[in-house]
Design a protein around this ligand. Structure first.
Ligand code: HEC
Length: 128
């Protein structure tokens, strides 16, 4: 009798464990926030092909040479490098403490775009 109960209990425990595991598998995407960088490729990042389009779409309306909010010009390679080499470019777009978050009037850039710009800066901001 006791032995039977133990057997039954272990069968139940086994079923529960299997159930728990398969539940976790099924709901993995619901339970764990999707990694925003999972689909992000930072291979083949270039200044002209990657960085310029991101800045043009998100920053030029305040940081083109003709406007230059805060004295920051981002529509020329030299202007971008000036912000990149002392860390401000990555600081403002990643909303790092101590930096004015950019773009000023809009939501933070996509994590993948931030990763691409960071990659280009880490590579020594080549003019490619
Ligand atoms: C709506 C206008 C606006 C947009 C869009 C904008 N900025 Fe700015 N930005 C400003 C203003 C205004 C300042 C000056 C802020 C100050 O000095 O208080 C500034 C300052 C900066 C600075 C200097 C901050 C520092 O700490 O040195 C950097 C770098 C910068 N912006 C980068 C960017 C980048 C990169 C983007 C696009 C992702 C962007 N900004 C988009 C208005 C804007």
């Amino acid at each position: 009798m006791i032995r039977q109960s133990i057997k039954l209990l272990s069968v139940l425990a086994f079923l529960l464990a299997v159930g728990a595991v398969s539940c976790t598998d099924d709901n993995e995407e619901d339970l764990m926030p999707a990694d925003p960088l999972a689909q992000c490729s930072t291979d083949a990042v270039t200044f002209s092909g990657t960085v310029v389009p991101i800045l043009a779409a998100n920053c030029y309306r305040c940081h083109a040479s003709s406007i230059a909010e805060g004295g920051v010009v981002l529509d020329s390679y030299e202007g971008v490098v000036e912000e990149a080499h002392h860390g401000h470019l990555v600081g403002v777009i990643s909303h790092a403490p101590g930096f004015i978050p950019m773009p000023q009037d809009a939501p933070k850039l996509a994590e993948c775009d931030i990763a691409k710009i960071r990659k280009w800066v880490d590579a020594g901001f080549p003019n490619n």
